[in-house]
Ligand binder design. Structure first.
Ligand code: ADP
Length: 333
């Protein structure tokens, strides 16, 4: 209140003032950081609005209390006759669709921390070069399949979705990570076997995935050999992995309303022709046709789909170090 009184004093100062009296001030506009979902536009402040601002304080604990103090101070000094308006930082963003800004969990847990970002960025840019088209015109899906695996939907050069989440545990089953899992399974196993949450997460991170299912190895080369020798669980682990890649790719085709090219990269994607062929089997509905001769090659940027394949399929060895080096040069150089 003292600060507002000092401001008004200056505004009306005979020497420096811009108004001769407070009566000349017709209204006061206040910037308010967070209006929550209640306010999609600016509002005239009344008691109900003040209550709503208090309710939004948990979302902006540093800003909203100061904004409220400022409003109250103006009211105290200027009286109730001068109208006050709240203009919200959040209002502009209220037009975003729920599907874009929501996780289906409590707000404070919101976070999206995909790993492998540099890999998807590199291979998608390289793919556009190989296709001879601007990346802005392409819908791409990159499948990073290594020890850790993730899939990324890239529309016009921008990542629009990725199978990784708050941690790398979700999405595809990986070498030793479980991938997507019903949270009820976690509670069931913990209760039945008296396991702590830390132990449980250790199991899901280090003893699950294709290792957990096969009981053989997390290395796809070992799984290929074991499956060839008739090990059913090794084959099951491979089948599950291929199935999940196909399922996630299909969901991203739906999310982007189409796809121009699918990219395989990382240890399994670059080296395993059998995994690539098994996954591509699921892409018949996209008009994908694989050239077996091209698919048998290794270690180079190569289109493994036939020239008449409707959606193109590429193997592109990833180069995360190059991306990091380029960025470092751009900033420091
Ligand atoms: P990350 O970077 O996630 O640790 P990589 O991209 O280095 O993983 O991939 C390593 C994995 O690639 C190995 O665990 C192995 O399963 C797989 N891999 C490497 N070479 C082959 C191959 N010739 N055939 C099948 N899988 C392979």
């Amino acid at each position: 209140s003292e600060a507002i009184a000092a401001v008004i004093d200056k505004l009306t100062s005979a020497e420096y003032g811009v108004v001769t009296s407070m009566k000349e001030i017709d209204a006061v506009g206040h910037r308010v950081v967070h209006g929550g979902e209640k306010f999609a536009c600016s509002v005239k402040i009344d008691d109900a609005v003040m209550t709503a601002l208090e309710e939004c304080t948990p979302f902006a604990p540093l800003h909203n209390p100061a904004n409220i103090t400022g409003i109250n101070a103006c009211r105290a000094v200027m009286g109730d006759d001068v109208p006050m308006v709240a203009v919200f930082d959040t209002a502009f963003h209220q037009t975003m669709p729920g599907k874009a800004y929501m996780y289906a969990i409590p707000y404070e847990y919101y976070q999206n921390d995909g790993i492998r970002g540099t890999s998807h960025r590199y291979v998608s840019a390289r793919c556009a070069e190989l296709m001879g088209k601007p990346i802005e015109e392409l819908k791409l899906i990159s499948c990073h399949m290594g020890n850790g695996s993730s899939i990324c939907a890239i529309d016009g050069g921008k990542c629009v979705d990725t199978s990784m989440g708050f941690t790398p545990l979700v999405g595809l089953p990986m070498g030793t990570r479980c991938g997507d899992l019903d949270a009820g399974v976690i509670q069931f196993i913990m209760n039945k076997y008296g396991i702590s949450i830390d132990e449980m997460l250790n199991i899901l991170n280090k003893k699950s995935g294709v290792l957990g299912v096969s009981g053989v190895s997390s290395d796809f080369r070992d799984l290929d050999s074991a499956a060839a020798e008739g090990n059913d669980r090794a084959q099951l682990a491979l089948d599950m992995f291929h199935y999940w890649v196909a399922k996630v790719v299909g969901s991203y085709v739906a999310a982007m309303n189409g796809v121009d090219a699918i990219i395989f990269t990382a240890g399994v994607g670059e080296n395993s022709k059998s995994s690539r062929a098994a996954i591509a089997e699921y892409f018949g509905y996209l008009g994908v046709k694989i050239d077996p001769v091209a698919n048998s090659k290794r270690g180079e940027d190569i289109m493994i789909s036939t020239p008449d394949s409707k959606v193109k399929v590429f193997v592109i060895p990833t180069n995360e170090e190059l991306v990091i080096a380029r960025d470092t040069k751009a900033i420091c150089g």
